[in-house]
Design a protein around this ligand. Structure first.
Ligand SMILES: Nc1ncnc2c1ncn2[C@@H]1O[C@H](COP(=O)(O)OP(=O)(O)OP(=O)(O)O)[C@@H](O)[C@H]1O
Length: 401
């Protein structure tokens, strides 16, 4: 079973609604465009060539609009329809109206044929609990209201029955909820297809802090998010990498393992971004990540090395240099910790940055570097180190699960 989370760049929903404010309405009981509402209902009064006069139902105002600015409205029985592929008139206004009407009633999932559309609720809804999981288990799509669990369960049932690999593609704009929904799909499989677990595995897991296979699959997320996510203007916890998660099942339909492939992480020094984020408690997050490391079976030595590399990178971001003539020099505020943490001699490291030795023919000469060149070197080195830490984490997480 494959879960591919793509970080697609699309227009956010508000912008789509905004763009339609130019005047898209429905015919007959039409929705008229409106600055606040995007679409409002309007009734056709008269037609003159391409010009149509409509009465907006809520405001009781008449407006004359172009025929092309109107979109046909569905009969009332289609209000809050669960599968939009069944609409008589499948147009943009109807789709947005339906999604909004459902969203106002806390119904965040809606089908459109084979697709399941999720609108981010930005609050915790009680729709992912164990009892909800139990309700969806083994049920046909048409028996239950739209839900991600239904899509996951259908994929699972098809895999068990047809013995064929199945894939779920989770895509959307930044902040749409891809990461959250990916986690829910994994959680669903972890619950409905938990491995039976060999006794010896359970015993050895109990002896260390290492968790069960399902826990490890779930706990891979806090670790990868800690290193692969960052705050952006759109999302406080934005994944800076795409992921391809493969969950392996045994012949009995139970989870047998998982692995993850990631696409390049984007990275900027933390000191160039926001250091505190309202919705994030760093101490709690650090604790959760440390526990996840334990569940994944990382040794104390491995954890320590990982933290040391991270701290060294953070300190590198604090290093400052000044320019004297053509030559860069440390400006006295250079953080010694980065070298200590990375177990590198401080003087050698600074020298290799400001006056690196290069081979010219058979001779080795020291080359002067400007401040900008040194800053670029540090940036490149930190990115490369961070990338290696992240790739090591992914490899290590895969090794465990
Ligand atoms: N189903 C949901 N229930 C509750 N909150 C949600 C849900 N989906 C998303 N959110 C909230 O929205 C935030 C952004 O969602 P998420 O990180 O999943 O977006 P994303 O599509 O993965 O974004 P990016 O591409 O930037 O990584 C989450 O941190 C969470 O607060």
């Amino acid at each position: 079973m494959n879960i591919l989370q793509l970080n697609a760049i699309q227009e956010p929903l508000e912008e789509v609604i905004g763009a339609t404010n130019q005047g898209i309405r429905w015919q007959e009981n039409v929705l008229d465009s409106d600055d606040k509402e995007g679409f409002v209902k309007a009734e056709i009064q008269s037609t003159k060539g391409d010009d149509i006069t409509v009465k907006c139902i809520d405001s009781n105002q008449d407006r004359t609009v172009k025929k092309d600015d109107l979109q046909q409205m569905n009969p009332p029985k289609y209000e809050m329809i669960e599968d939009m592929a069944n609409m008589t008139f499948l147009n943009e206004a109807s789709v947005l109206h339906n999604l909004r009407a459902r969203y106002s009633n806390s119904l965040i999932y809606t089908y459109s044929g084979l697709f399941c559309i999720a609108v981010n609720p930005y609050r915790r809804l009680p729709i992912y609990t164990d009892s909800v999981v139990a309700k969806f288990k083994g049920k046909r799509k048409t028996e239950m209201p739209p839900h991600l669990f239904s899509v996951a369960d259908n994929a699972y049932q098809s895999m068990v029955q047809d013995r064929e690999n199945q894939s779920c593609l989770i895509t959307g704009e930044s902040g749409a909820g891809k990461t959250e929904n990916t986690k829910k799909v994994i959680m669903y499989f972890a619950k409905v297809a938990a491995s039976l677990g060999k006794k010896s595995d359970e015993e050895s897991a109990a002896a260390s802090k290492k968790g069960s296979l399902e826990d490890q699959i779930i706990q891979a997320n806090p670790v990868l998010e800690a290193y692969g996510n960052a705050k952006t203007t759109r999302n406080n916890n934005s994944s800076r990498f795409g992921k391809f998660i493969r969950i392996h099942f045994g012949p009995d339909g139970k989870i047998a393992g998982a692995d993850i492939e990631t696409y390049p992480a984007l990275y900027t020094f933390i000191n160039q971004g926001a250091l505190t984020v309202d919705s994030i408690n760093d101490t709690e997050e650090m604790k959760a990540m440390d526990e996840a490391f334990d569940i994944l079976g990382f040794s104390n030595e491995e954890k320590k090395s990982c933290y040391k590399c991270t701290a060294a990178i953070l300190h590198m971001g604090e290093m400052k240099f000044k320019q004297r003539g053509e030559q860069a020099e440390p400006d006295g505020t250079t953080e010694a910790e980065s070298f200590i943490l990375a177990r590198v001699n401080s003087n050698d490291f600074i020298k290799s940055l400001v006056k690196p030795k290069i081979k010219v023919g058979t001779e080795v000469v020291a080359q002067s570097r400007t401040k900008d060149q040194v800053v670029n070197s540090i940036s490149a080195m930190s990115k490369s180190l961070y990338d290696r830490v992240f790739n090591w984490l992914v490899k290590r997480v895969n090794h465990e699960s």
